[in-house]
Design a protein around this ligand. Structure first.
Ligand code: ARG
Length: 606
């Protein structure tokens, strides 16, 4: 089914065209206030201004031409020329029944245009444990990929890309760090100074003697950073190790492979725990683009876009200025020949558009990378790799803060590791379950705590406006009241309990009815919201702002609540009971589906 908004839009456009306003936008939106009907067309004023005609008169002419009698009451004109639409209960009822009969897509058609879309998200760096800084990209990117997958329909047009930082100097650094650490472990030697070069150092420890778990790798990386400061040769060693890796020397390559494997496995444990759909085959890290970097420089050179500045190769792009008002270059190659983060991203765009045939590329990172992406996008366009048919979109987001409104840290001031954070979420949820429902089986308690704890962390993140920072607050996110995951999960479980209590066979219920009736205002309100689901999915797919979905689900749960308070379900007369059960059914399905797009699980009882 087409979203109601689109249906009305088509009709208004036709009426506008009939009065000589072809091509002008109709601007149909749901109304904020039910007193003005359900939808409103705001395009008349714009057309009147263009035609220099009286907007109210024009609105009257348009309404005369409007053919909406099947779905709406007589449209009303309000204010300077708004057209208000109120949907007919019979029409709503018929449509709802259609949606009810579509358990897979809930009456939401797949988009007419489904561009091949790359979603670049999570993208942590190798040899470090995932920490709270990776939470938002991972959660938000997962939601964007899920929503687009549903909206674009089968076959999937969404390509998930985990652009992990697995290349560059840090890879040499962990190699040096691992060797030094192994030496110390073996000989208790505190002083490694006497080795003096990577050449001497690297041969003396075989791979099998090095420790490769993620904690060790991270520790070794930190240590080597300290070592660099006291022993200047260590820095050179890191450079040499990196260079050897980039040249494909077997020893450094072996080490690198092992380190990547260990780190990625640790990341994927987190993805699993988080319930994020991102597989090992979605990993396409910086190293993948190594062979493609010289091509980037060649292309820029061919287009005459390279300029040398202080020995570095740069691209100057219109509109980018430093604080001092000087032209700001995008550096693509350093004076020592090394490539940069930006060069890799340029190679990635070229690959994604040129080889993956992406028509939309979405990058989910924090807002500090805004300028980076603006410049990289502009450079890719200037090089001619990307034309106007391709959309490059950066989805920037704010930081996670602690209760003190500063970046979220542990008490001792360290970055918060995701593993610990997620374990704590489940633990806290478990405590609530124990209090509320001590009689449940251990197994069920575990299941519920997992869904509620992880769901709470995700929902709290997603329900904020993306660009704002937000405060990480356990009590708030785990509250049973308010716009939280537990509240939504509870709303779902509550509807399910109606079906259990009434021992309702859903297939039978669905088979019993050729029609549906909506009479009470709460029934109508709930039906209207249920039928807006497609519009919401479309809005999230377009704007990439998940809080549109959380806001909608919250509104839906509240509408259900007032419906349930005012309209008895199981106690109602047979026909009415069935209509109301269908409303319950569609509410439960919509909550489950919507939460599913947010990567949040429902539970049958709480
Ligand atoms: N690894 C980067 C970081 O930790 C994020 C990469 C984002 N994706 C990209 N194509 N640059 O900041």
């Amino acid at each position: 089914m087409k979203p109601i908004c689109d249906l009305l839009e088509e009709r208004v456009l036709a009426a506008m065209a009939a009065v000589g306003g072809a091509g002008a936008p109709a601007v149909v939106r749901p109304t904020q206030d039910g007193r003005f009907g359900d939808y409103q067309a705001n395009g008349v004023m714009g057309l009147a201004k263009k035609n220099k005609s009286n907007p109210r008169q024009l609105a009257e002419q348009i309404v005369e031409q409007l053919d909406v009698a099947d779905m709406c009451e007589q449209p009303e004109i309000a204010g300077p020329g708004f057209i208000n639409f109120r949907l007919k209960p019979e029409w709503l009822a018929g449509r709802l029944l259609e949606a009810v009969r579509d358990p897979q897509r809930l009456g939401v058609d797949a988009a007419e245009n489904s561009p091949v879309t790359v979603v670049d998200f999570s993208s942590p760096n190798i040899a470090k444990q995932m920490h709270v800084g990776h939470l938002r990209s991972t959660i938000i990117g997962d939601v964007i990929a899920r929503v687009l997958d549903f909206w674009y329909g089968e076959p999937s047009k969404v390509v998930r890309q985990n652009h992990v930082g697995d290349w560059g100097l840090q890879m040499g650094m962990i190699n040096v760090g691992a060797v030094i650490q192994a030496l110390k472990n073996l000989s208790g030697e505190k002083n490694v100074q006497e080795y003096g070069s990577w050449e001497k150092l690297r041969g003396c420890i075989p791979l099998s003697e090095m420790v490769f778990n993620i904690n060790e790798l991270e520790w070794q990386y930190k240590e080597v950073n300290i070592e660099i400061k006291s022993d200047p040769w260590v820095e050179n060693a890191c450079r040499e190790a990196t260079l050897n890796l980039q040249k494909g020397e077997p020893e450094e390559t072996e080490f690198w492979k092992k380190a990547c494997e260990v780190s990625l496995n640790a990341c994927h444990e987190i993805y699993e725990q988080l319930g994020v759909k991102l597989g090992l085959d979605d990993v396409c890290g910086e190293s993948f683009y190594n062979d493609r970097l010289p091509g980037v420089i060649e292309d820029f050179a061919k287009e005459g876009l390279l300029e040398e500045s202080e020995g570095a190769q740069c691209v100057f792009l219109e509109g980018f200025k430093s604080k001092e008002g000087e032209p700001l270059p995008l550096i693509v190659q350093k004076s020592d020949g090394a490539f940069l983060y930006a060069t890799t991203d340029l190679a990635a765009i070229r690959y994604r558009v040129g080889e993956l045939k992406a028509e939309r590329v979405i990058y989910v990172t924090d807002s500090r990378q805004k300028l980076h992406f603006e410049m990289v996008f502009a450079a890719a366009k200037k090089a001619g790799w990307v034309d106007d048919s391709v959309h490059l979109e950066h989805v920037p987001f704010g930081s996670v803060l602690g209760k003190d409104n500063r970046p979220f840290k542990t008490r001792s001031g360290e970055t918060v590791k995701l593993k610990g954070l997620l374990d704590e979420a489940t633990k806290r949820a478990r405590k609530i379950v124990e209090e509320k429902n001590p009689e449940l089986s251990e197994e069920l308690k575990d299941e519920i705590s997992q869904a509620v704890g992880i769901g709470a962390v995700k929902y709290a993140d997603l329900s904020n406006n993306l660009v704002s920072d937000y405060v990480f607050d356990w009590d708030k996110m785990l509250a049973m009241e308010g716009n939280t995951a537990p509240y939504m999960q509870y709303a779902y479980a509550r509807v399910q309990s109606i079906f259990r209590k009434g021992q309702i066979d859903i297939d039978e219920l669905l088979g019993r009815h050729e029609q549906l009736e909506l009479n009470e205002p709460e029934e109508l309100q709930l039906a209207k919201l249920l039928l807006r689901y497609g519009e919401i999915v479309e809005a999230v797919a377009g704007d990439l702002r998940p809080h549109i979905m959380t806001g909608y689900l919250f509104e839906l749960a509240q509408a259900f609540s007032s419906f349930y308070t005012n309209c008895p379900v199981l106690k109602a007369d047979e026909a009415v009971r069935d209509y109301r059960l269908l409303l319950c059914l569609q509410t439960a399905r919509t909550i489950k589906h919507g939460l599913g797009l947010l990567g949040i699980e429902v539970i049958e009882q709480m």
